[in-house]
Design a protein around this ligand. Structure first.
Ligand code: AMP
Length: 282
């Protein structure tokens, strides 16, 4: 497995692969790899000739009061895990190399980025869309893999690929979870023991909401108030948002129908966790 730091070298290597007719699978990450990332890498390895994992903690997608500086970084470990999961190349550029002096372009996906995560984290999706567009240019993927855990992000990337007519396919793979249901996340490591136990309430609340829908409830407000009640049981939990929305547009529905996404963002102490479930309302 090769580790590449320079965007120019990455671009040359991916051009060569593309010219040889190889299918290139891309898995963009911020490192601190866990089983969720590894399932994406394995998925990519099963469908492509060459798998590129990018490890880049993207300053553009962090707000000024967010955890950019202390985000966990361990490239040697990420390289080892990527390789074991089937990666052929780890592309780990520096911020300076990806955003050289004078850099000023931003990619802004419209309405889809305004609500939910976009509202709580202004500028976040502009940063995501910008870096993903650059990574697509440099790595020339046939297929790119994202996690359902960051559902709004996955929809935004899909939209951007369509709107800019980028020649690649976006795949969204299921959320990898801990045995108690907590969605795996690099940020889980920040939780204290007691907070870690409380964090399992997110998935429990999502499952309870899904069960209510399956039992025939179509009024989102009823379901949401039950979710809020459940989460309030946790001492350190504060809900940022809980919503049940159209799974394609992320707009709320007065009465649930079609495919919906149950979205949840909760602060546990000073750690913000997100999770979601998709439900087909019959
Ligand atoms: P991140 O390193 O957090 O930027 O995540 C990189 C990619 O891994 C994104 O597409 C995430 O949606 C995906 N991802 C993160 N956590 C999980 C998880 N628990 N299960 C599946 N995919 C995940």
């Amino acid at each position: 497995m090769k580790v590449i730091r320079s965007p120019r070298q990455m671009s040359e290597v991916s051009l060569r692969l593309a010219q040889q007719g190889k299918l290139i699978g891309l898995v963009p990450t911020m490192g601190a790899l866990h089983e969720g990332h590894l399932s994406l890498i394995r998925g990519a390895a099963s469908q492509n000739d060459a798998v590129i994992v990018t490890v880049f903690v993207n300053p553009l997608q962090f707000g000024p009061r967010e955890d950019f500086a202390r985000y966990p970084r361990n490239l040697a470990r990420d390289n080892r895990l990527s390789r074991a999961a089937g990666a052929d190349i780890v592309f780990a550029p520096s911020a300076r190399a990806l955003y050289p002096s004078g850099f000023q372009t931003r990619v802004d996906v419209g309405r889809l980025s305004e609500r939910w995560e976009g509202r709580s984290r202004p500028g976040h999706f502009r940063g995501v869309a910008t870096v993903v567009t650059i990574l697509f240019q440099v790595t020339r993927p046939t297929n790119a893999y994202f996690g359902q855990k960051d559902y709004q992000q996955a929809l935004i990337v899909r939209r951007l690929v369509r709107d800019l007519q980028l020649p690649l396919k976006v795949h969204v793979l299921p959320t990898a979870r801990e045995p108690d249901g907590l969605a795996m996340s690099s940020r889980n490591a920040y939780l204290t023991g007691a907070q870690r136990e409380q964090a399992a309430l997110l998935y429990r609340a999502l499952r309870a909401a899904r069960a209510r829908i399956h039992a025939g409830e179509r009024r989102p407000r009823r379901i949401l108030s039950q979710m809020r009640r459940l989460i309030r049981q946790a001492q350190d939990a504060r809900i940022d948002y809980a919503a049940i929305v159209d799974a394609r547009t992320l707009e709320p529905q007065p009465r649930l129908h079609g495919r919906v996404a149950i979205l949840l963002a909760v602060w546990i102490g000073r750690i913000r966790l997100i999770d979601n479930l998709l439900v087909d309302v019959s």
